[in-house]
Design a protein around this ligand. Sequence first.
Ligand code: AMP
Ligand code: ZN
Length: 114
Amino acid sequence: MTDCLFCKIVNDEVKASIVYRDEQVTAFRDIHPVAPTHILIIPNRHIESVNQLQVEDEPLIGHMFLVGRQIAAQENIHQSGYRIIVNTGSHGGQTVFHMHLHLIGGQRMRHPIG
Ligand code: AMP
Ligand code: ZN
């Protein structure tokens, strides 16, 4: 997608603080962190939201979670705990329409959300 911000980050057309990258996913620090660790994990291929996922994307989604866990360990928040969130659509609070996991931690999360 030519005018997608996150595709541009994947293609190095927009700068980001990248913490992890492989052939399937890219992870970078959120520009407006809500906690000491706030990292976005995105598929390198443009997928608008959870609503556009296909059955063939199941391994990709599993990979995104395992990368999330690995980055949590890298950030040293895996023992204290963290939250992984996927906002979907308007009511879900999605503002960038390239699917992403938010990995958030480094402080106690408020609960309940919503
Ligand atoms: P969402 O509201 O779930 O769609 O999340 C989009 C997230 O992208 C927000 O937390 C923004 O702060 C973050 N964001 C927007 N632009 C950038 C950018 N250029 N680099 C890093 N994070 C960004
Ligand atoms: Zn995109």
